[in-house]
Design a protein around this ligand. Structure first.
Ligand code: PLP
Length: 424
């Protein structure tokens, strides 16, 4: 199936007489007639549902759709993008381990990795994603277990050179984990470029209507954990907390995602509600349509901004001459995303006035839904960072993150034009 068809058809295939639309299994638990069968389910010896924290048919169908869209072998849903990012690392790192990460990532992920995970004894080294491979390589240590980056960084809009990152990761015998939230599988499928694990904040374009916070992890099934068995004992040696199962032996290509479900979801429990997954699935059905319209509108808005004398700079990889134009053409030939970063002349003060003068675009802590929205990262999402950290993340004090919706592009442009006049 092609990608537009997968958005509609993947994940749920009703049999004769069954509900046409994915049912919401709003049930914490599932009934069995024999103690023995329930025991086999607990031992992972038989497939089946027994408790929604571990698996639920609605959640599983949506996870399977996202896995199919990304070209992976299996996926799991989480209750937020934050938990997806956390699980993606914590599934293969423990106290004493280390991973390498691009500096240009979402502020919440930066905080999770640099503060909270450090408290768990997992260390991170941040690297400039534009640095040559040798420089990124130099950040690796014998205890390094993963490399992490965002396809299009939020909010700096740095486009990741996925092939470069994949090569460095694989040269060191570790997986590349890519957060593909902004690009979505409609515009880029990182697995096709060498990524091993893909994560999402489904809260953004995938849900698309700002109804449900959620996350997803997709396993490509391509990383050879056994070839680097000494680095990944959690996958390649018996798990005593699960009756001695060896995930790579029992689950092959789905070892990583099965371990994430069987241990992390079991112990930490950030499961989405089946109702939220149902809403996410509705969003996914129109993902391809919406993403194309977001990109088309964003291109028009970016071109308008780039010609406006009240705007000091525009960052959008769809613009000729943008620093990331060539990388975007390679990895996302049909468009990148609907988010634009720009600076208003007059710095932080004018940026705030501009934002307060917008009528159609709303100030919200959100991006990537159907409605045009706007945010000032230095005052909002990235406010925990000092100036040096902001600079490293590519976030200047005047940066406005503008998420172009799917309204009529002319209405969005008129709103911007009026607000720019008011800000001067
Ligand atoms: N990854 C990226 C790229 C994001 O933009 C966000 C949130 O903005 C997250 C992860 C965290 O996702 P959530 O807000 O769903 O927890």
């Amino acid at each position: 199936m092609r990608i537009d068809t997968k958005c509609i058809q993947s994940g749920y295939a009703p049999k004769n007489g069954e509900a046409r639309i994915l049912p919401i299994y709003q049930s914490t638990t599932f009934k069995y007639e024999s103690t023995e069968q329930m025991g086999r389910l607990f031992d992972l010896e038989e497939d089946g549902y027994f408790y929604t924290r571990l698996a639920n048919p609605t959640n599983d169908a949506v996870a399977a759709k996202i896995a199919d869209l990304e070209g992976g072998v299996a996926g799991m849903l989480t209750s937020s993008g934050q938990s997806a990012c956390f699980y993606s690392i914590f599934n293969i790192c423990e106290a004493g381990d280390h991973f390498v990460c691009s500096t240009s990532i979402y502020g919440g992920t930066y905080n999770l990795f640099s503060v909270t995970m450090k408290k768990l004894g997992i260390d991170v080294t941040f690297v400039d994603p534009d640095a040559p491979a040798e420089e990124i390589s130099a950040a690796f240590r014998p205890n390094t277990k993963a490399l992490f980056g965002e396809t299009i960084a939020n909010p700096a809009l740095v486009v990741l050179d996925i092939e470069k990152f994949a090569k460095v990761a694989h040269d060191h015998g570790v997986p590349l984990i890519v957060d593909n939230t902004f690009a979505t599988p409609i515009n880029c499928r990182p697995i096709e470029w060498g990524a091993d694990i893909v994560v999402h904040s489904t809260t953004k374009y995938m849900d698309g209507h700002a109804t449900s916070v959620g996350g997803a992890i997709v396993d490509s099934g391509n990383f050879d954990w056994e070839a680097h068995a000494d680095k990944f004992p959690g996958l390649t040696t018996p798990d005593e907390s699960y009756h001695g199962v060896v995930y790579t032996e029992r689950f092959g290509k789905a070892a990583y995602i099965t371990k994430a479900t069987a241990t992390l979801m079991r112990d930490l429990g950030s499961i989405p509600s089946p109702h939220n997954s149902f809403l996410l699935n509705l969003g996914l059905e129109t993902l391809a349509l919406r993403v194309r319209k977001h990109c088309e509108n964003a291109q028009k808005v970016a071109e308008f901004l780039s010609k406006n004398d009240k705007v000091s700079w525009v960052s959008f990889s769809g613009l000729e001459g943008d620093k990331y134009h060539d990388l975007a053409k390679k990895y996302m030939p049909n468009g990148s995303c609907g988010v634009i970063s720009f600076g208003v002349k007059g710095g932080r003060e004018s940026a705030v006035k501009f934002m307060d003068s917008l009528k159609l675009a709303a100030i919200v802590t959100h991006v990537a839904d159907a409605r045009t929205s706007v945010l000032h990262p230095a005052s909002h999402t990235h406010r925990q960072m000092n100036d040096e950290e902001l600079k490293a993340a590519g976030v200047t004090p005047d940066l406005i993150r503008f998420s172009v919706g799917i309204e009529d592009a002319d209405d969005i442009i008129e709103d911007i034009e009026n607000a720019l006049c008011a800000a001067q």
